[in-house]
Design a protein around this ligand. Sequence first.
Ligand SMILES: *Cc1c(COP(=O)(O)O)cnc(C)c1O
Length: 393
Amino acid sequence: MVYKGVDLLRDTFVEINLDSLKDNIKNIKERVGENVSIAAVVKSDGYGHGAVEIGKILIENGASHLAVATLTEALELRNVYENIKIFIMGYTPDSHLRIAAEKNIDMTIFSIHQARLLNEIGEILDKKPVVHIKYDTGFNRLGYKDCNESIVEISEIVKLDNLNVEGIFSHFALAGNESNHKQFNDFIKAVEAIEATGFIFKYKHICDSIAAIDYPEFNLDMVRTGAILYGMKSFRFRDIDLKSVMSFKTKIYHVKTLKIGEGVSYNFKWKAKRDSVIATIPVGYSDGLPRNMADVGMVTIKGKRAPLVGVICMDQCMVDITDLKDAQVGDEVIIFDDGTGNSLTVGEFSKLGNTNKNEILTRITRRTPRVYIKNNKIHKIVDYLIGDSLYEY
Ligand SMILES: *Cc1c(COP(=O)(O)O)cnc(C)c1O
């Protein structure tokens, strides 16, 4: 796909390897087994990978649901995918429940008030809205507090005629092995108490990516995996073969030589300690390169690492290429990828930026086009700003 002979109209872009994504979801499915459903977590635009573009691959290769955080994320997917299960794991305000029900979106609730509202909406729409009950075993974010009153209330909710209570779930704080076991046991105890009334939940679930792999014995009926789909690993006890899906790249736009003592960027926070060669690259904090990468960040050019120097600007930053003898304008710059070729992985990159891998992935902004690779070829370009009308296939 090209525009009048050039590949892209922006040289800063992310590459999304759909073959790697497919291998990952297949491996995860094989690991959790036939009896465990996978809610593929594609919130925040599929952790920056493009929820709409990757949704089909995830569903075709082992996921039963696409899970998101907000109603608008769910609606974005529903506009494209008419018949797949879409699940909002976050809170949906009362005033938004009806549209979610109309669009057949599975919701999370944790009050009898919302259960009754949805029950009424179900009656009006002549359908049974699907919900999962959120049960809080200590994370203290969303959900029914773990106590008897909650169990009594949930036991009433499951009796409502126009509501399809498909699931009940909790979330690990991942605060250590002992606390994970306690959360799991508290969850199971509560579920058993509710199910003792005769009702059976189709999906009981508590595992995110890390827990799904580290604690297969906690997988229950479903796992909600995000990070591992994209090849991110943070396990403590076990491992699984995964490939990094996203690469973040740009190009050198300008090269200049500096005399010893000359400054670079705002406030001259960085000054040349020797005569230096400095390259400018068109990527800044508004593209997802954190501002706190100044002085600690590195990029890779022709297999060699080079430090970012000076304050990171909104749209550009500078690289000290004094030790890279043959770097020049037009050269490819790897910000992160799978780490082959001496480049930084997302993991290394996020450590330098003092954050986690998911934050780095989700920080990539709209301005950065997504280039989808399939069978080692460009499959599609998604440019959120200009669409693909300017490109020719
Ligand atoms: C984001 C999220 C997940 C997925 O987390 P990962 O660590 O990326 O697997 C699972 N469950 C809930 C409730 C979430 O909000």
